[in-house]
Design a protein around this ligand. Structure first.
Ligand code: HEC
Length: 178
């Protein structure tokens, strides 16, 4: 062998040695990295406990999501059910007269359409339709006797002469509104 060949061999050998060392160190590190990654993958993900603030609003959910600033407080707050408005009741009161209900409805019906064998239908009444307020008040004060020539049923219409003009006028107004 020549000197040149020896030198080449020496360089080659050291080159191989360095290469082998590099390879070895690379191989030696890789498994260690894999083991770390595997360990990290196996470890259970940290579970955040849901958090609720003093007003009962959840600020952190089970996935660890934090409610953005201000959003938690904007969750709809349930409002108390509003009490049912007495609309129907008001309507009933407006459509009838308490005085009529107390003094006339027994014979003429709650809706003034009459009661068979007692009072006539006042909604269809010709007398109510053509009479003035004064005439109707006068009629109510007098009533109509069972044997009166004007009586059509034989049943008497009682006199309301005892009632105040004010109340009779109110009832008359109700009859004329029918
Ligand atoms: C005891 C039952 C009775 C009561 C209470 C009564 N009525 Fe009568 N009413 C009659 C009868 C019966 C007649 C119909 C008489 C007839 O046959 O003509 C009559 C007739 C009338 C008529 C005339 C109808 C028509 O077309 O001829 C009017 C108006 C009337 N009543 C209004 C009233 C009002 C208002 C009240 C309450 C303040 C009242 N009545 C209370 C029995 C009653």
């Amino acid at each position: 062998m020549t000197d040149a060949t020896n030198r080449f061999s020496a360089v080659l050998a050291s080159g191989l040695l360095i290469g082998a060392l590099v390879l070895l160190s690379a191989c030696g590190q890789k498994p260690a990295e894999d083991a770390d990654a595997a360990a990290a993958a196996e470890a259970p993900a940290p579970v955040a406990a849901p958090q609720v603030n003093e007003r009962g609003v959840q600020t952190v959910d089970a996935d660890g999501n934090v409610a953005p600033f201000g959003m938690a407080s904007r969750k709809p707050v349930p409002l108390p059910e509003p009490a049912a408005a007495p609309v129907a009741e008001v309507a009933v009161v407006a459509a009838t007269s308490a005085l009529y209900g107390a003094n006339c409805s027994a014979c003429h019906g709650q809706d003034a359409t009459g009661v068979q064998g007692l009072g006539l239908n006042l909604v269809d009444s010709e007398l109510v339709a053509v009479s003035s307020e004064t005439e109707l008040v006068a009629f109510l004060k007098e009533g109509r006797a069972g044997d009166s020539p004007d009586n059509t049923t034989g049943v008497p219409m009682p006199s309301f002469v005892w009632m105040s003009d004010e109340n009779l006028t109110e009832i008359t107004g109700y009859l004329q509104s029918l």
